[in-house]
Design a binder for this molecule. Structure first.
Ligand SMILES: Cc1ncc(COP(=O)(O)O)c(C=O)c1O
Length: 448
């Protein structure tokens, strides 16, 4: 257990904060003002000082079932004792096949081929490579351009940031892949929409302009999140994803859904594809696959994609898709995933999300009228508040709100000009009330 010394500039006496270069963190500020977590159970974290913090973002959108689920802990402990690691190149662990088959049963129609990764970022880059290689196997090697969307987030690797649309995540890193971007779907007239907004289906038609500019013969794929999570729960307008699907079909362009946040219940179904009634050609997952416990992701491809690789005119012993990771299909992650999928089924988790979602929607929209809020958005058990800048800085107010909330016992995420909320699926109504009471107090306290 860490010891906190409030007199020390480092605050921590037994552990130095120096060496750890923290991801997506203002390191200099953090190390002067650390926020530390030392345990978690159910919907709560505990701090080294023994405070309980409600997990208002399900970790980083990944721990919907809450923390410390004994079924997952037991499965992982058993697996690590039985098979702690297995190579996955030219050899396969039985549990990997078991998990792939299980995912195939759950995934939407024709999405039957599972390629394992270790994170959402790896899923993004794997899917982009798969899309480009697919066209090459079909003899259409010029189809390489990748189309993302403004404000989209597809992780932090070079493919992901190239199709990604959050400027701050790209500007330091130089040129990426050959991409273009659809416009985002945030429209003023949709501000304060409850659930799926009414206006803006025509924004999908911008794909026609992109096709006119580059020609479909040069475009491999469009990648979008069913709703943009990291940019602050930007829910696409009614009919938008269906329209994108139609246009991709019309122009022979693959459609990739990045469901790293939306898969496994966040929208009230197993996949966002089901909530939005639109089936992609490739579907990326991570996070909720193991309830956040062990890093794991996957790319789920349609049969036709797998078939294109298998039907290449190659010797039988040639590798059809030269791609993969040392930890692809890690047996311990597979065990965590199988136990997690069991719980989703046994607890009827997605039905629980659908049941709680209207309560959550009412609660978040009660904040309308609080100072500096310019938009409130929600779907399923995900929501975001957008704020006016403070002192010219759009990120400052959400950061201050996040810190105030944590100090008051609730963890929410600040991202850009938004506060993001994604409570665990096991949350109770009174915990949702408490979250929004604390959030409301923090918004007023930072209103100046
Ligand atoms: C849609 C989406 N794709 C990819 C990622 C990246 O996942 P990871 O951080 O596991 O690499 C995220 C993470 O939030 C995400 O929301």
């Amino acid at each position: 257990m860490l010891e906190i010394d409030p007199q020390s500039t480092d605050s921590i006496t037994s552990v130095s904060l120096d060496a750890y270069w923290m991801p997506f963190t203002a390191n200099r500020h953090f190390k002067q003002n650390p926020i530390l977590i030392s345990g978690a159970k159910g919907a709560y974290y505990s701090t080294p000082e023994g405070e309980q913090i409600f997990d208002g973002l399900s970790g980083l959108w990944c721990c919907g079932l809450g923390h410390g689920r004994t079924e997952i802990v037991d499965a992982v402990s058993k697996q690590i004792a039985q098979l702690d690691y297995s190579p996955s190149f030219q050899v396969g662990s039985t549990i990997a096949f078991e998990l792939a088959d299980r995912l195939k049963q759950i995934a939407p129609e024709n999405l039957n081929r599972i390629f394992f990764t270790n994170s959402g970022s790896e899923s993004a880059d794997t899917s982009l490579k798969m899309a480009r290689a697919y066209w090459r196997t079909k003899g259409q090697a010029s189809k390489t351009k990748l189309i993302g969307r403004s404000k989209g987030y597809h992780g932090v690797n070079y493919g992901g940031i190239s199709v990604g649309g959050i400027g701050g995540n790209r500007k330091l890193f130089g040129s990426g892949l050959d991409t273009d971007h659809l416009p985002h779907t945030l429209l003023k007239e949709n501000a304060f929409s409850r659930g799926i907004p009414e206006n803006g289906v025509a924004l999908a038609d911008d794909l026609e302009e992109i096709v006119t500019l580059h020609d479909a013969s040069n475009i491999a794929a469009v990648i979008v999140e069913p709703f943009s999570g990291s940019a602050g729960v930007i829910v696409p307008p009614k009919g938008y994803l269906k329209r994108l699907r139609e246009l991709c079909d019309k122009h022979d362009i693959l459609l990739i859904f990045d469901e790293v946040i939306t898969a496994f219940g966040r929208t009230g179904q197993a996949f966002g594809a089901q909530t939005f009634d639109t089936i992609p050609d490739i579907l990326n997952i991570a996070k909720g696959l193991t309830n956040g416990t062990i890093p794991m992701g996957a790319v789920i491809a349609k049969d036709m994609i797998y078939a294109a690789f298998m039907e290449q005119k190659l010797p039988e012993k040639a590798i059809e898709f030269p791609h993969g990771y040392t930890y692809s299909a890690h047996p311990v992650a597979c065990a965590a995933a199988l136990a997690t999928l069991d719980i989703y089924e046994k607890d009827q988790t997605y039905a629980r999300v659908r049941e709680l979602a209207p309560y959550f929607e009412n609660a978040i929209h009660q904040l309308k009228g609080e100072p500096n809020i310019t938009d409130i958005r929600n779907i399923g058990l995900a929501g975001a508040l957008e704020f006016t800048p403070k002192g010219g800085d759009p990120t400052l107010r959400p950061y201050e709100i996040f810190r105030k909330c944590f100090a008051a016992g609730v963890y929410v995420r600040c991202g850009g000009n938004t506060i993001q909320i994604a409570p665990p699926f096991i949350a109770k109504e009174k915990e949702i009330d408490n979250l929004f009471n604390i959030l409301g107090d923090a918004i007023r306290a930072t209103a100046s």
